[in-house]
Write a protein that binds this ligand. Structure first.
Ligand SMILES: [Zn+2]
Length: 329
């Protein structure tokens, strides 16, 4: 839907959310996961906070506009999307590719990522506002060797080669790369805690920050985790091939470093192929929209401190970045 703004010459604002949720096994739940049951003052259900709460806020705002005849300052495009949890191929990416006219004139977007708060102490809170995301590099590794009988010596065993490559990847510690949003977040957190921020000793800075630094650890560097392994069909048969999957993530500007590291760790008999590959993104933490979001936080919480935030994963924002839209959470 597009709500017409007072000034059609201003770039439009995209407000987007996803309607799909990850699966839920009812046996693991205290309430039926799709019942939307209200218990002890909370609404329970899969997707309640990811992200039907936000979608409800967006809808309530649009309804408020309609009921009060409020005209937004600029065009507002509302998009409620499918398939986000599986990468958005049939949701945001599909729309960007096949229906880009729906986003004509959009210059900025607000979607998922940030908005929750972290308590600094009893009175002050940090409010991350996402302006960056790590990129996604999910890969399949294939080791090719010499098939043979399990009782014979074999120095071209595909299972051995793949296992060794995966072990190297899983044990690799990627170097710290301080991108601007993370640096700004660390700096502000250090200031509020009254601890020293030492750019040359990030580990020490995190230690001084204590538990609040937990969610910053994951955006300090690239990462790659082996997650799946598939090989063989019988104990006494050495297979000629083995495959595995690795979940790789890279910081904005550090994709090549991830690829180079993986290739250095792989044994020569192992090849790599992308199964899901999507960009990292980063925009500056400035401008009227950022100022308006920070002001909105402070209006509700005078001791709230908005800070930039890099999402360790990804959202539909990646798709909209392809249209030249500045995306925020
Ligand atoms: Zn989500």
């Amino acid at each position: 839907a597009r709500l017409a703004g007072a000034d059609p010459d201003r770039g439009a604002l995209l407000v987007h959310g996803h309607l799909d949720v990850v699966p839920a096994d009812a046996a693991d739940w205290q309430v039926p996961p799709f019942s939307g049951e209200i218990r002890d003052g909370y609404l329970w259900g899969r997707g309640a906070i990811d992200m039907k709460d936000t979608v409800a806020v967006m809808l309530a705002t649009a309804r408020h506009f309609a009921r009060t005849g409020t005209r937004p300052a600029r065009d507002v495009v509302l998009a409620f999307l499918a398939d986000e949890e599986a990468g958005g191929k049939f949701g945001a990416h599909w729309l960007v590719e096949h229906r880009p006219e729906l986003f004509a004139g959009v210059t900025e977007a607000i979607g998922e990522g940030g908005g929750f708060s972290f308590a600094i102490d009893d009175t002050r809170r940090l409010y991350p506002i996402e302006n960056a995301q790590r990129g996604m590099a999910w890969m399949e590794l294939t080791a090719t060797g010499r098939a043979g009988h399990g009782s014979s010596p074999n120095d071209e065993n595909a299972v051995t080669d793949l296992a060794e490559s995966l072990t190297r990847i899983g044990r690799e510690t990627f170097p710290i790369r301080l991108i601007e949003p993370v640096r700004a977040l660390l700096e502000e957190a250090a200031r509020l805690y009254g601890v020293e921020f030492d750019e040359d000793d990030i580990e020490g800075t995190l230690e001084r920050l204590g538990p609040v630094s937990d969610f910053m650890q994951v955006v300090l560097r690239n990462s790659a985790n082996p997650t799946m392994f598939d090989a063989g069909y019988q104990t006494n048969v050495i297979p000629g091939k083995a495959t595995a999957r690795v979940d790789g993530r890279f910081l904005p500007g550090h994709e090549q470093e991830l690829t180079d590291t993986i290739d250095r760790l792989l044994l020569p008999s192992v090849t790599r192929e992308w199964v899901n590959h999507d960009i990292a993104m980063e925009t500056t933490f400035d401008g009227p929209l950022v100022e308006a979001m920070c002001e909105a936080v402070r209006a509700e919480d005078p001791d709230g401190h908005p800070v930039p935030y890099c999402n360790p994963g990804g959202t539909d924002a990646k798709a909209f970045t392809h249209l030249g839209i500045r995306c925020f959470g």
